[in-house]
Design a protein around this ligand. Structure first.
Ligand code: SAJ
Length: 433
C-alpha cells in the first residue's frame, strides 16, 4: 500500500498548503485539527523551522496557541505535492511600485505543483486574484504536465477572507464561496471545505464567479473609503466635522454602511485587489474609471495629512524643516504588526522630502521605531501625526501632550478626543474634522 493510501486510512487525507502566512497558516492548523495530514511549503527557512517546532512565525496570539496543538510538517520542497490529495495555494498576490499586479508568486507555486502533480489531485487557489487567472495563467502551466483538468486533476478557487486581528470572524466561521472548472471539482472542493469549516460553503456557477466575488468585496470597500476621504477634503473647506456627520448618517437603520476617512488605505488586500480587476478589464477593453479614481483619492491621503500639518505650521510662522515631527504608528491597521502598503510609509516619505526631523514609534515595530516608547517620542517632538489607531495611542493620557509641549496634533485616524486636545490649548486637526 503506498504512502498516500496508508496515511489516508489514518487521516481524512493529505493536504499540502503552499504559503504559510496570515492565510495559509491558520488553514493548515484547521486542516490538521480536523484530521488531515498536513504539509506546508514555504520560502523562509526561519519561519519553517519555527512552524516545525510548533512556534508561530506570525504575531498572532490565536495562531501561537493553535500551533501548539496541531501537527504541520513544513518545508521548502515541492516534492511532498507528489503524495498529496489536495493542494491549496495561499501565496501573496501583490502589486509592484507602479501598482501593476505581480503574479510571480502564483506562477512559481503553480510551476512547483506542475513538476510534482499526480492524477486524481484537487488543486485549490485561495489567494485573491482577478477573474481569469485560474483559466488563463494557472491552467496552461498545470496542463504542461500532460494531465488534463477536469479529467486527471481538478482546479478550484476559494478566495480567502482572513481578516487579521478580527476576534469574531476567523478561518473556521467565515462563509466561503467556491468555484471550479468542473462539476466534479466543485463537488470535491465543497466536500473538502465542509469537512473543515463551521461557516457555510457557497458553490458558485463558475471559477470566474469565485474569482470575481473576492475582488468586488474589496473594491467595494476601497470605493466606499474613497467616498468618505473625498468628503473629508470637501468638508475641511466647508468647516463641517465629517466624523460626526457619518455618525449621524449611521443612525439610518437601512441602506447606509459607514466607512471612515483617514490618512490612507493600507494592507495587502484593499489597496491592491482593485488593480487586479482594473488591469484585467483593460485587457478586455474596459476602463474602470471609478475604481481608478477611488485608488487615486485613497493614495492621496498620506500627502493630504502631511499638507494639513504644513499649512498649520506656516500659519504659526514655523517651518517643517525646523520642527521635530512624531509619527505615531507604522502598521496599516490597529493592534497588528503589519506594514504592507501602510500609509505610514508614504507619510514618512513626504516628511523626508520636506526635510522634516522625524521620530517614529510603533509598539508593534520597535525595531523600526526611533524611540523606545511613546513618552520618549512626545518629549522629543513639537508636533505629532497619528497614522495607526493602536489602542496604546487611543488610551494615552492626553495631559502628556501638554506636559511635553506638543503644539499640533494631526489625528490621521480621527481616534483621539478632539475636544479634550483643543481644551489643552493644542491645535487639533483630524481627517475631515
Ligand atoms: N480603512 C479606512 N477607512 C475605513 C476602513 C478601513 O481608512 O472605513 C483603512 C484602514 O485603516 C487600513 C485599510 O483601510 O489601512 C484596510 O483596512 P481593512 O479594515 O479593510 O483591513 P484589511 O486590509 O485587513 O481588510 C480585511 C479584508 N479581508 C479580506 O480581504 C479577506 C477586507 O475584505 C475586510 O473587509 C476587512 O479586513 C475588514 O472588514 O476588517
Amino acid at each position: 500500500m503506498n504512502m498516500r493510501k496508508k496515511v489516508k486510512n489514518k487521516t481524512k487525507g493529505i493536504v499540502t498548503i503552499i504559503g504559510l502566512g496570515y492565510v495559509g497558516l491558520p488553514l493548515a492548523c484547521l486542516c490538521s485539527e480536523k484530521g488531515y495530514k498536513v504539509y506546508g511549503i514555504g520560502k523562509d527557512r526561519k519561519k519553517i523551522n519555527l512552524i516545525n517546532k510548533n512556534v508561530s512565525p506570525l504575531q498572532d496570539k490565536e495562531i501561537e496557541e493553535w500551533l501548539k496543538k496541531v501537527k504541520i510538517e513544513a518545508g521548502i520542497s515541492f516534492d511532498i505535492v507528489k503524495r498529496s490529495d489536495i493542494i491549496v495555494i495561499c501565496v501573496p498576490t501583490p502589486v509592484d511600485e507602479q501598482y501593476n499586479p505581480d503574479l510571480g508568486p502564483v506562477k512559481s507555486a503553480t510551476e512547483g505543483i506542475r513538476k510534482n502533480m499526480k492524477r486524481g489531485q484537487l488543486i485549490i487557489m485561495e489567494s485573491t486574484i482577478n477573474p481569469g487567472v485560474c483559466e488563463e495563467v494557472m491552467l496552461p502551466i498545470l496542463e504542461k504536465s500532460g494531465l488534463k483538468a477536469g479529467k486527471d486533476f481538478d482546479l478550484a478557487h476559494c478566495p480567502e477572507r482572513i481578516n487579521p486581528g478580527d476576534s469574531k470572524w476567523n478561518v473556521r466561521n467565515i462563509p466561503r464561496c467556491v468555484g471550479a472548472l468542473s462539476k466534479k471539482g466543485l463537488d470535491k472542493s465543497v466536500k473538502f471545505y465542509k469537512s473543515i469549516l463551521e461557516g457555510s460553503v457557497i458553490p458558485m456557477k463558475s471559477i470566474k464567479e469565485a474569482e470575481a466575488t473576492k475582488i468586488i468585496e474589496n473594491s467595494f470597500r476601497d470605493v466606499n473609503i474613497a467616498f468618505v476621504n473625498e468628503l473629508a477634503k470637501s468638508f475641511e473647506k466647508l468647516g463641517i466635522d465629517l466624523f460626526n456627520v457619518i455618525k449621524g448618517a449611521s443612525t439610518k437603520p437601512f441602506a447606509f454602511m459607514p466607512h471612515w476617512p483617514g490618512v490612507g488605505v493600507g494592507g495587502h488586500c484593499i489597496p491592491v485587489d482593485p488593480y487586479y480587476l482594473i488591469e484585467r478589464a483593460k485587457m478586455s477593453g474596459f476602463d474602470h474609471k471609478f475604481l481608478k479614481l477611488a485608488r487615486e483619492i485613497n493614495n492621496s491621503m498620506p500627502a493630504y495629512a502631511v499638507n494639513l500639518l504644513v499649512k498649520i505650521l506656516n500659519h504659526l510662522g514655523k517651518a517643517l524643516k525646523t520642527t521635530r515631527v512624531g509619527v505615531l504608528g507604522l502598521s496599516y491597521k490597529p493592534d497588528v504588526g503589519d506594514i504592507r502598503e501602510s500609509p505610514s510609509l508614504k507619510v514618512l516619505k513626504h516628511l523626508k522630502d520636506l526635510e522634516a526631523n522625524v521620530e517614529i514609534y510603533d509598539p508593534y515595530f520597535l525595531e523600526k521605531s526611533t524611540t523606545k516608547n511613546l513618552d520618549e517620542l512626545l518629549k522629543k517632538c513639537q508636533v505629532i501625526i497619528l497614522v495607526t489607531n493602536h489602542n496604546e495611542f487611543i488610551d494615552m493620557d492626553l495631559a502628556k501632550l501638554k506636559k511635553y509641549g506638543i503644539k499640533v496634533v494631526i489625528d490621521g485616524r480621527n481616534c483621539l478626543n478632539k475636544e479634550k486636545i483643543i481644551k489643552l490649548g493644542i491645535i487639533y486637526k483630524g481627517i475631515g474634522r
